[in-house]
Design a protein around this ligand. Structure first.
Ligand SMILES: CCCCCC/C=C\CCCCCCCCCC(=O)SCCNC(=O)CCNC(=O)[C@H](O)C(C)(C)COP(=O)(O)OP(=O)(O)OC[C@H]1O[C@@H](n2cnc3c(N)ncnc32)[C@H](O)[C@@H]1OP(=O)(O)O
Ligand SMILES: CCCCCCCC/C=C\CCCCCCCC(=O)OC[C@@H](O)COP(=O)(O)O
Length: 272
């Protein structure tokens, strides 16, 4: 009986392996499905750990979530080369802004996530079963992207609480995933709250995934991600009139860094 199961299991694994070798589409679908499954299973386990250790929704749970997500990279052959971690060592609250390419970013996020840091995410993410639950438990701030006024209200509230509670807030200012090797124009919410709270903005850039991951061409192999945490940009003394300038400054620094890390020639004026 057990031998039968073992043989069936081996046969299925072999078949999947052959299919993966033969078809990039199957390879891509299986690897992404495995990633989602890993997220669902580990977030269920992490949720139990969070509830037992901390009892409910708190940023302290991020340490537990981080410990669960960090080993994911070994399953997918993703390697990280991180520079500039010392730039996270600013006392007190800050806004961290980074580029957002794929759901795989959760690995890059947890690889370097500093303590006492929550992310801003779209509210639809709460519907992803245990993944939504773990985000809630970790203190993720959910915004309704379909309603600018309510999103702005939540973000302004964040500007107050981040100072009161001494937390850093991680925002993806592109507002959506973008795997083209370039940046989308930045939304201004992150920069508004940095200036409202008078806290520094710390830009973080991940090199382009396009050499090893591309959902359009069904490419997903092992690969290296270079990460750079850039020096904090101070906002003390800036007012709401400076939001556009601050946004543009961050955008161009991050775009230059993205091209440099991805080995793409700098094209500061070219938007192709
Ligand atoms: C254990 C295993 C688990 C495994 C899996 C789980 C892993 C980890 C778990 C935890 C990790 C969680 C990670 C979550 C990641 C989530 C990623 C995302 O969901 S990204 C999508 C959501 N994020 C964003 O949208 C980025 C933030 N967005 C903004 O900042 C936007 O500006 C906005 C939402 C506030 C508004 O956007 P929009 O409606 O598109 O309008 P805009 O053009 O940006 O702004 C309109 C005008 O309003 C002004 N503005 C903006 N904000 C403010 C403000 N706070 N105060 C005053 N004014 C504001 C803005 O300047 C515009 O005016 P203008 O005149 O044009 O300048
Ligand atoms: C009972 C319901 C079951 C639902 C099953 C869903 C399975 C999905 C499970 C795991 C997926 C892992 C996702 C990790 C976290 C993803 C965060 C993320 O990257 O969200 C994308 C969002 O930032 C940008 O939104 P859009 O690019 O605008 O879109």
């Amino acid at each position: 009986m057990e031998l039968g199961w073992l043989l069936w299991g081996t046969a299925v694994l072999l078949l999947l392996h052959v299919l993966m070798e033969l078809s990039p589409t199957v390879n891509f679908a299986l690897r992404i499905s495995f990633y989602c499954l890993l997220c669902l299973v580990s977030s269920s386990l992490a949720a139990v750990a969070c509830l037992l250790v901390n009892g409910g929704r708190t940023v302290k749970n991020m340490r537990i979530i981080r410990a669960f997500v960090r080993p994911f990279k070994y399953f997918f052959g993703v390697r990280f080369e991180v520079k500039g971690l010392e730039n996270f060592k600013v006392e007190g609250p800050a806004i961290i802004v980074s580029n957002h390419q794929s759901i795989l970013d959760m690995m890059g996020l947890m690889e370097i996530l500093p303590d006492n840091c929550v992310q801003v995410g779209k509210k639809e993410l709460t519907y992803m079963g245990s993944v939504g639950l773990i985000m809630y438990l970790g203190g993720v701030i959910f915004i309704n992207r379909k309603s600018t006024s309510s999103a702005k209200m939540v973000m302004s509230e964040v500007a107050k609480t981040m100072v009161a509670e001494n937390v850093k807030v991680w925002v993806y200012p592109e507002g959506t995933r973008n795997c083209t090797g370039d940046l989308l124009p930045f939304k201004k919410g992150a920069f508004h709250i940095a200036i409202q709270a008078q806290v520094p903005v710390i830009p973080v850039v991940y090199s382009s995934f396009t050499t090893f991951y591309n959902p359009k061409t069904k490419l997903f192999t092992s690969g290296k991600i270079k990460v750079e945490v850039l020096p904090p940009i101070e906002t003390k003394g800036l007012t709401s009139d400076d939001v556009t300038d601050l946004t543009d400054r961050c955008f161009s620094t991050m775009r230059e860094t993205l091209f440099r890390l991805s080995g793409r020639p700098s094209q500061a004026k070219d938007s192709s």
